[in-house]
Design a protein around this ligand. Structure first.
Ligand code: SF4
Ligand code: SF4
Length: 359
């Protein structure tokens, strides 16, 4: 269903989605305010603080900065690159892990992902007290803001979606089924990690490691776009296996696992063109566990009942890259495990009804 068609929802769906809202706010039936036109980019930029006020642009800038902070191996080609990368790695050693996906072996990274780290710790037969503790604190306070503003894989998908405006939104029941896939992936990854960890304690890890092959070190790595792009790809380049012309195209035959992994990432990016945040919505096991702890986060999204007109407008839902049925939630606070606090809904609401809620 293309984006424009989203506005033409069926009566049944509209009733289903707006029903809770009506119940929640029946007593305080508000007087609706007229639609307030949003300022254009040109108008915002003509003002000195336009860059800051424009939250969409601010998020893009922050995303790019964190993308570089998590993945700066291209600096290695620069004469000062070695020192900068060394500085980044020493900063990473003192910072806690963040609820994103960023591999612990990143060649030039200032941040490591909580999920990547605790999977490795379980695999090493260690219980990740500190990693889980810091992850839960961040998620309970800020929700999944790190997914919306910091995660490099979220950034890649957001930028893939930018040039093309036609988005596909599956039916709610299909979306619900597909969202379960990431939970199944999480269970499989944790099972393998704990299995390898226990085998180390039992002294049988050699056989288990042989049986699991590339899944024995950190079970999600072979399918983690972050690991594939920020660890496996630099490794291929540094070993001189990246083809630079037709005459050495045959290098790809030496890539082994990396070839299907790279194809997997390319497919994710291409599909993200039409399905925003496809990987986050359906496949990311880290996003699933982060969602559990961020559902009741102190910072979240709400709607002003005096301005929101859920029966005649669904601009926020059309804009939401996580395909959340925003109008289904109470006005006061939208407790969705899938909200990444990207604020796209807020930017696209012509009535300025979306608010950031605390507590
Ligand atoms: S859900 Fe998306 S943004 Fe969040 S950790 Fe996973 S890939 Fe990153
Ligand atoms: S509800 Fe709003 S802030 Fe949350 S993911 Fe959707 S667009 Fe972003």
């Amino acid at each position: 269903v293309p984006e424009d068609a989203d506005k033409l929802e069926t009566e049944a769906e509209t009733e289903e989605q707006s029903a809770p809202s009506k119940t929640a706010d029946a007593e305080e039936e508000p007087e609706k305010t007229p639609e307030q036109p949003r300022p254009s980019y040109r108008e915002m930029l003509s003002h000195p603080v336009g860059l800051i006020v424009n939250v969409r642009m601010l998020r893009r800038v922050v995303q790019i900065l964190f993308f570089v902070a998590i993945n700066a191996y291209f600096l290695a080609a620069w004469s000062w690159g070695g020192q900068i990368i060394g500085l980044m790695q020493s900063i990473r050693n003192i910072l806690p892990a963040w609820p994103i996906i960023a591999p612990a072996e990143g060649t030039a990274a200032m941040l490591v992902g909580s999920f990547d780290l605790f999977v490795r710790e379980f695999t090493s037969a260690a219980f990740p007290f500190f990693t889980l503790g810091s992850m839960i604190i961040v998620l309970v306070v800020f929700g999944r803001s790190a997914c919306g503003w910091m995660c490099p894989i979220g950034t890649i998908q957001d930028f893939a979606t930018l040039p093309h405006r036609t988005k596909v939104r599956p039916a709610p029941s299909t979306e619900t089924e597909l969202r379960r896939v990431k939970a199944y992936i999480f269970i499989i990854v944790m099972f393998l990690a704990v299995w390898v960890g226990l085998s180390k304690l039992a002294g049988t890890s050699d056989a288990v490691t042989r049986a699991l092959g590339p899944f024995a070190v950190a079970a999600f790595d072979p399918f983690s776009p972050a690991y594939i792009l920020f660890v496996a790809l630099p490794s291929i380049i540094s070993r001189g296996l990246w083809p630079t012309g037709l005459d050495n195209l045959w290098y790809v035959l030496q890539w082994g696992w990396f070839l299907p992994e790279l194809i997997f990432v390319i497919v994710i990016v291409v599909i993200s063109f039409w399905f925003p945040r496809l990987f986050c919505r359906w496949l990311c096991p880290a996003g699933w566990i982060y969602g559990i702890f961020s559902k009741d986060a102190l910072i979240g999204i709400g709607r002003n009942p005096a301005k929101c007109t859920p029966d005649t407008c669904n601009d926020c839902e059309v804009a939401c890259p996580m395909n959340i049925r925003i109008r289904k939630y109470p006005y006061q606070h939208m407790h969705s495990p899938d909200c990444i606090m990207c604020l796209e809904c807020k930017s696209h609401c012509k009535r300025r009804a979306i608010t950031i809620r605390f507590g």
